[in-house]
Design a protein around this ligand. Structure first.
Ligand code: PLP
Length: 412
C-alpha cells in the first residue's frame, strides 16, 4: 500500500492539490464576490482534522489557531473534536466565542504582554483553560496575578543544539525554559501550590519524512522529562506537520509520523499534538485578477490585484505557492515564464517568480494554492489596501471585504 493510500480517509486524499479545485466554481466565486478573495473549503478542514484524530486516536489533538482564526474554521475544527491552541489573548477570546469548551483551550504565552496575561487570567475565572508559561519570569507574572487555574510549562527541548545534526539549522527550538532547568521550575510551581498539569514544546514547522528523526528526538526528550516530573495530565509535543507546496512533493505520511511519535513517547501522561498548517493549508485558495501582462526580456510580468498585503508568505519567507490560470482556454495557451506581482511599489511584492504558466491575459482569474494557513491571518492594510473577503467554497460569506472607510476607522 502506498503512503497515499494509507492516508486516505473516506475517499479523501492526504493532500489536495491546486489542480484538484473546480476551476469553474472558483471563477464563479470570483465573479460573485470579486477579487482578491480567499476561498475556504470547510469540508476539507473537517477532513484534515478527522484524519489527524484517526492517526492519533489516543492523543489530545488541538488546532493552532494562529494558522487561521476565521470563525468558520474555528467552528468546523471544534465540531470535528479538536481543542484550541492559542498564542494570544485575542486567540483565546476567539476560540471561546467559537464555542470551544474552556477545558479544551490552551494559551501558550511567548513573552506575553501584560495585557494578554490580564485578559487570560480574567477569562480563567470562568473557563478552565490551561495557561502555559514559557519562562520563570512569565511564571512569576502569572503568580502575581493570582492565577488559580491549570498551568503548563513550555520547555526548550534542546533538540537542535547539537543533539541531532539534522536539526541544527532552521527552526531549532528557541522558546521555553531550558531543558535542564525545567524539572526544577516544575517542582517550584507545585511547591507554591499551583496546579501543574502539563509540559509543552514546539520545535517549529516542517515535520516531514526527513524531519522525523528530529521530531522523535523531541518526543523522547519531552516524555523523559514528563516521567521525571510525574503526575501530569498531558505532554504536548507541538505542531509542525508539513504540507507539500509543489505539485511533485509527496504528501506527509501521517501514519509514519504517528508511529514514530508513539514509539518515542514513553510517559504515563497523555500525548498532545497541536498542528495548525496541516488542518487548513490545503483547504484554502486565494483568487486574484490579472491587471496587466507585460513581456520583458527577462520574464513575462503578470500584474494582479493581490500581493504581499494579501498573501505575505512569498515576500516574507520566499514561500512557494502554486499558481493556476483559471481561464477556460488555459490549456490551449502557450507557456510563458512569469513573474506574478502585486499592486504595491516594492520589489518584494511578488507571489511567484520564474513560473511557467499558460500565458495570462488581463482579467483572467488566478488561483494561488495552499492559501488556507498563515495567509489571510497575515494580511495587512499596508499601502492603505483594504483586506480581502473570505468566503466558503459553498458560497457563504465568512469575512467581509474591508472598505476604504475601514482604513481610517481607528483614527482620531
Ligand atoms: C504555530 C504553533 C503551532 C502550529 O504550527 P504549525 O506549523 O502550523 O503546525 C503549534 N504550537 C505552537 C506553540 C505554535 O506557536
Amino acid at each position: 500500500m502506498s503512503a497515499t493510500d494509507a492516508n486516505r480517509v473516506e475517499g479523501a486524499t492526504a493532500v489536495r492539490r491546486l489542480a484538484d479545485w473546480d476551476g469553474a466554481r472558483l471563477r464563479a466565486l470570483a465573479g460573485e464576490f470579486e477579487t482578491p478573495l480567499y476561498v475556504l473549503d470547510l469540508d476539507r478542514v473537517h477532513e484534515n482534522a478527522t484524519r489527524l484524530l484517526r492517526a492519533f486516536p489516543d492523543a489530545d489533538v488541538s488546532y493552532a489557531v494562529k494558522a487561521n482564526a476565521t470563525r468558520g474554521v474555528l467552528e468546523t475544527v471544534r465540531d470535528a473534536g479538536l481543542g484550541a491552541e492559542c498564542g494570544s489573548a485575542g486567540e483565546v477570546r476567539r476560540a471561546l466565542d467559537a464555542g470551544f469548551p474552556g477545558e479544551r483551550v490552551r494559551y501558550t504565552a511567548v513573552n506575553p504582554p501584560a495585557r494578554d496575561l490580564d485578559e487570560v487570567v480574567s477569562l480563567s475565572h470562568d473557563h478552565d483553560l490551561v495557561l502555559t508559561v514559557d519562562s520563570v519570569d512569565t511564571f512569576e507574572r502569572v503568580a502575581d496575578r493570582d492565577f488559580a487555574g491549570r498551568l503548563c510549562v513550555r520547555v526548550n527541548p534542546g533538540v537542535g543544539a547539537g543533539h541531532h545534526a539534522k536539526v541544527t539549522t532552521g527552526d531549532a527550538p528557541q522558546f521555553g525554559v531550558p531543558y535542564d532547568r525545567a524539572a526544577a521550575l516544575c517542582a517550584e510551581v507545585r511547591e507554591r501550590g499551583f496546579d501543574l498539569v502539563g509540559l509543552h514544546a514546539h520545535a517549529g514547522s516542517g515535520i516531514s519524512g526527513e524531519g522525523l528523526a528530529a521530531h522523535a528526538e523531541l518526543v523522547r526528550r519531552l516524555s523523559a522529562l514528563g516521567r521525571e516530573v510525574g503526575d501530569l495530565d498531558f505532554v504536548a509535543v507541538g505542531g509542525g506537520f508539513g504540507v507539500p507546496c509543489r505539485p511533485e512533493d509527496p504528501p506527509l505520511d501521517l501514519d509514519a509520523v504517528a508511529a514514530a511519535t508513539r514509539e518515542a513517547f514513553d510517559c504515563e501522561a497523555r500525548l498532545a499534538i497541536e498542528p495548525g498548517r496541516y488542518v487548513v493549508a490545503d483547504a484554502g485558495v486565494l483568487l486574484a485578477a490579472t491587471t496587466a501582462v507585460t513581456e520583458t526580456p527577462e520574464t513575462t510580468v503578470v500584474g494582479c490585484d493581490a500581493g504581499m498585503t494579501t498573501l505575505l508568505r512569498p515576500a516574507l519567507y520566499d514561500a512557494y505557492h502554486e499558481v493556476r490560470v483559471l481561464a477556460p482556454d488555459a490549456a490551449d495557451r502557450p507557456t510563458a515564464r512569469c513573474l506574478v506581482a502585486g499592486p504595491v511599489c516594492e520589489t518584494a511584492d511578488v507571489l511567484a517568480r520564474d513560473r511557467p504558466l499558460p500565458e495570462p491575459a488581463v482579467d483572467d482569474v488566478l488561483a494561488v494554492g495552499n492559501a488556507g494557513a498563515y495567509a489571510y491571518e497575515m494580511a495587512s492594510q499596508y499601502n492603505s489596501r483594504p483586506r480581502p473577503a473570505v468566503v466558503s467554497l459553498a458560497g457563504d460569506p465568512l469575512v467581509r471585504r474591508e472598505t476604504l472607510a475601514d482604513l481610517t476607522r481607528l483614527e482620531h
